[in-house]
Design a protein around this ligand. Structure first.
Ligand code: LLP
Length: 442
């Protein structure tokens, strides 16, 4: 599972490819993905939840590279999209429209129209106003729109506050207290079909009872809807399965399944799940190169060519990402992540304590602070692990930096799945003010 990135003979491999080969060919910074990781995590969820006939809708926002989406589509995955762009991406990669679910609090009429035209599985509806909007668009198209009500169950997911979505104060979903009226409205509107309920309480959840509590909160409502003859088929439990960013915090998927499967079975519904990070998180690394060493007062800065525009998570969530040199002579062979990792988080005895920072003009531009690593020299490669989810998908062009290339590895093959952005790519669409329209102030 987490073995796709491993050290062998003091050197980092992705599957069977030494990652230094990729850096030499494609340059840095570069995201490197293990295709096998994505596929095996998908298979693991299917297996753990087999009893409730799961439709896995991989969350495009976590990593929407077309090559990745193609591999997922070929493996039979569905997709969770949150914009017209993500629906388009999934379809471009070969997704079956009937396996796409569409969430998000601000779907516009244009987005709704596009998704209806494509024939998606359902909209996860987040408000009364959105129900009305979907009904209007469906009426214009003279069609019926499939919907699920996204319920805000007011459950604490016990995760970072920015990625908590199922508490009453969060903007997502509909209060249970208002949901009954929504169901009534769906009946009145005729051109909406209620196919399920949707929950998504947060991300990087590491307590299996959180999802269970959310399901329990809606089970009474589901029974009620069934009694009222709503054609419910699905409970969509959202995403959120947490992963390990080194050792420890992630749970085996079987632990989630053990609590969730009996509850879902008792409801008599099929399960949809929308995992993002669980599938993509440990499927990718960001490879970066040391530009300078900068001893300064009581600490050493390790200045690398990757930055917060490439991988934002440390800057905005203070997220921990393991970082380690690609070349690590003497390091025991073994998988980078999990209990058998040869990497010790406290670093080697003879290591140097670094702030690993990028070149961007912000003090928040860092990958690791006060981290003890083997001593590194200019030009050496550093891997930032667990960067497959919300890495490239949150990258920006801040400081006019082209976004990194992305490479997919499959066994001993690899290919560029997205070219590095050039500066011309970055400024494409910008216009110079015509000289003649420029009026200088006196
Ligand atoms: N379904 C819905 C409706 C979502 O909003 C999300 C994520 C997912 C599924 C997938 O969640 P996952 O399985 O990946 O936890 N940028 C943050 C994470 C934001 C998550 C947003 N919603 C981060 O880097 O940690």
């Amino acid at each position: 599972m987490n073995e796709e990135f491993h050290y062998k003979g003091g050197e980092l491999f992705c599957e069977n490819v030494p990652v230094k080969q990729i850096a030499a060919k494609v340059g840095t910074p570069v995201y490197v993905y293990s295709q096998n990781h994505f596929l095996s995590q998908h298979a693991a969820i299917k297996q753990a939840f087999a009893e409730v006939e799961p439709l896995v809708c991989y969350s495009v926002k976590s990593n929407g590279n077309l090559g990745i989406l193609r591999a997922m589509a070929l493996a039979g995955s569905g997709f969770d999209a949150v914009s017209k762009g993500e629906v388009y991406r999934a379809l471009r990669a070969g997704a079956e429209p009937g396996k796409i679910v569409f969430a998000g609090v601000g779907k516009t009429p244009d987005e709704i129209d596009y998704a209806l035209e494509q024939g998606i599985l359902m909209f996860n509806v987040e408000s009364e106003a959105e129900l009305e909007a979907i009904s209007r668009v469906a009426a214009k198209r003279k069609t019926e729109a499939p919907v699920a009500l996204r319920i805000n169950p007011d459950v604490d997911p016990k995760t970072h506050k920015y990625i908590s979505t199922g508490k009453r104060e969060n903007k997502f979903g509909i209060d249970l207290a208002r949901a009954e009226a929504c169901a009534k409205r769906i009946k009145e509107l005729k051109n909406l079909r209620l196919r399920g309920l949707h929950l998504h309480i947060g991300s990087q959840i590491t307590y299996a009872d959180r999802h269970a509590e959310a399901i329990d909160k809606v089970s009474g409502f589901i029974k009620q809807l069934k009694q009222q003859d709503f054609p419910l088929e699905f409970i969509n439990v959202g995403g959120g399965f947490g992963i390990s960013y080194h050792v420890g915090e992630g749970l085996p998927i079987a632990d989630f399944a053990a609590q969730m499967v009996p509850r879902i079975k008792a409801l008599g519904l099929k399960m949809i799940s929308e995992p993002g990070r669980f599938i993509s998180g440990n499927g990718g690394i960001l490879l970066t190169q040391v530009v300078y060493n900068k001893p300064s007062g009581d600490k050493d800065f390790l200045i690398v060519d990757g930055a917060m525009n490439d991988l934002l998570r440390p800057s905005i969530y203070q997220a921990f990402h393991l970082a380690w040199p690609v070349k690590s002579p003497g390091l025991a062979d073994g998988p980078v992540l999990g209990e058998n990792s040869p990497i010790k988080e406290e670093g080697p005895d003879d290591g140097v304590t670094y702030d690993v920072v990028g070149p961007i003009c912000e003090s928040g531009d860092y990958f690791a602070l006060g981290r003890k690593l083997p001593k590194m020299a200019e030009g050496e490669l550093l891997a930032i692990f667990s960067s497959g989810a919300y890495g490239m998908s949150m990258a920006s062009n801040y400081n006019t930096r082209g976004r990194p290339a992305e490479v997919i590895v499959d066994g001993d093959q690899y290919w560029v799945a997205r070219e590095r952005e050039t500066i011309e790519d970055v400024i494409r669409g910008e216009r110079l003010t015509p000289r003649e329209s420029f009026k200088a102030k006196a």
